[in-house]
Design a protein around this ligand. Sequence first.
Ligand code: GLV
Ligand code: MN
Ligand code: MN
Length: 423
Amino acid sequence: MTDIKTLDPVAERVQQDLDSLAEIRDPGAAGWTRTVFSEPYRASRDWVRRRMTEAGLTVHADGAGNLVGVLPGRNPSAPALVTGSHTDTVEGGGRFDGIVGVLGSLEVVRQLREHDLGLNRDLLVVDFLGEESNDYGLSCLGSRSLAGELTTEDLDRRDLRGVSLAERYLGFGLDPSEVLASAARFARRDLHRYVELHVEQGPVLEERGAAIGVVTAIAAIRRLVATFTGRPDHAGTRPMGDRHDALVAAAEAVLAVRQEGCGAPVHGVATTSRIDSDPGSPNVVPGLVRMYAEMRSVDTGWLTDAQRRLATEIERKAAGHGVDVDLTWSLDNERVGTSQSVHEVVGHAADAIGATWEPVPSGATHDAVHIARLCPMGMIFVPSRDGRSHCPEEWTDIADVVTGIQVHAATLIALDRLPDDAA
Ligand code: GLV
Ligand code: MN
Ligand code: MN
């Protein structure tokens, strides 16, 4: 293992960046809302671009809408080191998810430059487009594109208003064919390692009193759209024993989803996030309901079995209510394990800094899932207060952010020195 070099991030500078970015948000929405393709997101990325340039990076926006900042290394032909994360948020989200990884990486770049610590390899700092799941049920648009995993079928997906993903790209000033071509262009560049700093978004580190999480694997996500077709009837006259109530069948399905999540032996979760009921009138028995759910686990065997059990249970319950059901499943991402070499370097970096660390799986998804197709990857987590995330209460103390940046910096420096052919 190479020696670990440690740096001292400037907390005030990082805090200032966190505060400035937090100001750019949708004023009409709860929390810190900056959803992909929105105007606040467009404005925030202009800010990120300026901040990247001020930190000393040469910045370009690629065809997939990612902001890529390059810190040139001594050997431009060596496979590049990559880091980054995202600055979009969920509706009603917080100030740390993704943001800590982008702004933390900028502080690393500033530190490297101020200490005249040139790297051998080019360092790419990427603010990936639209990491949060969107109206199309697709997370990680930017990193997915770079990995060649975004398909023409994905671009044809339509939201509830009938607008396609391709049209949303166009509205944001991005040409969909360029988005698809971005993978080919990015793949021309050899990549050495990818490491991402992120808030944990769950309670494990806090519960265990650990400053750093070294991620072992990122969960697979399967999404479900269930359409229940019953029969609309007069809510005042149709006898209870003679109804085909689509919403009652969907309610049974919501409970079945929860039950599967509760039965996972290692790590597994299952969530229903939305139900649309038609006609939605107080005096009509619902005839048509659409329900949206997802299941996640790092245990793919459990996930496959749970999906099968859940489908059977939803169909059985619906039939009992005289309701037809159509189940459409999609995969957001497969489970991805982190690289042993990156895991080891992060652990050594944490040890060198004197930060306690724990190996942890990630139930949240990340751009790292997709960049793992291009090079070995790893992730560094910092604690989230009360494990809260995707809500305005999301919080990580600046001292914890700074420890994370220290580990991140030491990791990047050590990975830079790792030979190209290291496992
Ligand atoms: C993103 O945060 C996700 O896990 O869906
Ligand atoms: Mn995130
Ligand atoms: Mn998120």
